[in-house]
Design a protein around this ligand. Sequence first.
Ligand SMILES: *[C@@H]1O[C@H](CO)[C@@H](O)[C@H](O)[C@H]1NC(C)=O
Ligand SMILES: *[C@@H]1O[C@H](CO)[C@@H](O)[C@H](O)[C@H]1NC(C)=O
Ligand SMILES: *[C@@H]1O[C@H](CO)[C@@H](O)[C@H](O)[C@H]1NC(C)=O
Ligand SMILES: *[C@@H]1O[C@H](CO)[C@@H](O)[C@H](O)[C@H]1NC(C)=O
Ligand SMILES: *[C@@H]1O[C@H](CO)[C@@H](O)[C@H](O)[C@H]1NC(C)=O
Ligand SMILES: *[C@@H]1O[C@H](CO)[C@@H](O)[C@H](O)[C@H]1NC(C)=O
Length: 435
Amino acid sequence: MEFLPFGSDKMGKPRLFRIFLILGSLFMILLIIIYWDDVGATHFYLHTTISGPHSSRIPPENQARVRHKADDDKGNVFLSDVDAFINQFLEGTSEPSEQTQEGTPGFRNQSGEAGKPEEKFVPRREWKIHLTPISAEKRQRQEDRKQTLRDLCSNSTIDFPGKNRTFDDIPNKELDHLIVDDRHGIIYCYVPKVACTNWKRIMIMLSESLLVDGAPYQDPMDVPLEHVHNSSSHFTFNKFWKRYGKFSRHLMKVKLKKYTKFLFVRDPFVRLISAYRNKFEQENEDFYRQFAVIMLKKYANYSDPPASVVDAFSAGIRPSFSNFIQYLLDPLTEKKMPFNEHWKQVYRLCHPCQINYDFVGKLETLDEDAEHLLRVLRVDNIVQFPSSKHNQTVVSWEWDWFNSIPHKWRQDLYRLYETDFKLFGYPKPEKLLQK
Ligand SMILES: *[C@@H]1O[C@H](CO)[C@@H](O)[C@H](O)[C@H]1NC(C)=O
Ligand SMILES: *[C@@H]1O[C@H](CO)[C@@H](O)[C@H](O)[C@H]1NC(C)=O
Ligand SMILES: *[C@@H]1O[C@H](CO)[C@@H](O)[C@H](O)[C@H]1NC(C)=O
Ligand SMILES: *[C@@H]1O[C@H](CO)[C@@H](O)[C@H](O)[C@H]1NC(C)=O
Ligand SMILES: *[C@@H]1O[C@H](CO)[C@@H](O)[C@H](O)[C@H]1NC(C)=O
Ligand SMILES: *[C@@H]1O[C@H](CO)[C@@H](O)[C@H](O)[C@H]1NC(C)=O
């Protein structure tokens, strides 16, 4: 065999063709080796990842393998993302819009579908027909909240840490509050102490990330509480890396572009009261050991606080609300460890200047916002928001709670949470801050 330099005139076309054929085959073999893990385990059924409310009643024999989607079942999710990619190029707009609720095809037949192949897409659920459109007032309210965010994010007179970052600059571990539902094309940024338990329940039910006896939950309230707050029940952005490797950022951005993104917020001071009541007025071993002991030592002059919450409570010992505020204001607190999510500022949890939220709900208008949102997400035919207002912290208590807090601290606390007040349109609590 004679060796010829590439491009030599003597190298005939058939030979070139053969070289390309061999190179091509090698490349294919390489690809197959790389992706065998993903493709091999995949059952080829159609995922319509972002085409509105299809569901969900997979025939029972197929369900066993969809358990705990957040942790396994790599193959299906991989395919669903390939889907998302393809859809991105095929479809111009598939964003759920509240105006086009009727007549979207693509969901399965409700009756007698067991045993049928998955590819069959026949209407399964009726759309909930709404004779009354979403009121102009509610839609305007959303536009106003989103406009406030846009204005402040682009206004250089307001500045806060991380504001100038791009989405790519945000470290993976700060994306742990963004829960993804690929079935319906929803991303929820959960903010603790803002109805997040119930929205997490809904995300579990919709995404079917957790099944009961192989079947999806029918009622969000059936999801046991210990699963609701277990992070392995949720597929969050920070888990993308493990599953998709170097494609993860790109996939996040595709999803952020195509999916409907929402969050719920609340008056920042009232959220703090709620956090205090929930974590320090009630016996909570973890929070007692991790936070209350420090507060008692540093701000309540207990040199040797009881080791367990039971002992402390039976001795009548617990950090006061004032101790809690001192802990928040202490510059040393965040030097040790970033704020716990229950009192971390919303802008640090949800990145509202990097993520263009489609819906900004508020706890103060929870019922109306929840109804509006479920219609925007086009899942109001399968789920209702469970309203539970048991002993909820309300705005009117604010005055009583802050009565014992020195004015200086109140003003410092406002500065600490000022960005949240402004971004989400909560007025400065002048009455509390004035001397
Ligand atoms: C749904 O499935 C049942 C049983 O397979 C069939 O009789 C019915 O016509 C189907 N309905 C629609 C709308 O396709
Ligand atoms: C930016 O904010 C300041 C005060 O917060 C306001 O006076 C100004 O008009 C804003 N600028 C723009 C361009 O919105
Ligand atoms: C963001 O950029 C503006 C000017 O573009 C600058 O004044 C500001 O200090 C920056 N903020 C941060 C937190 O880096
Ligand atoms: C969370 O769920 C996983 C998987 O079901 C389980 O292994 C783990 O122990 C749970 N964690 C907690 C804190 O309950
Ligand atoms: C803390 O307690 C010690 C005695 O246990 C007392 O001498 C001291 O004055 C107390 N300090 C404050 C700030 O209450
Ligand atoms: C509501 O919570 C407060 C403490 O924040 C407690 O004192 C009160 O007993 C609770 N009420 C009910 C009805 O549980």
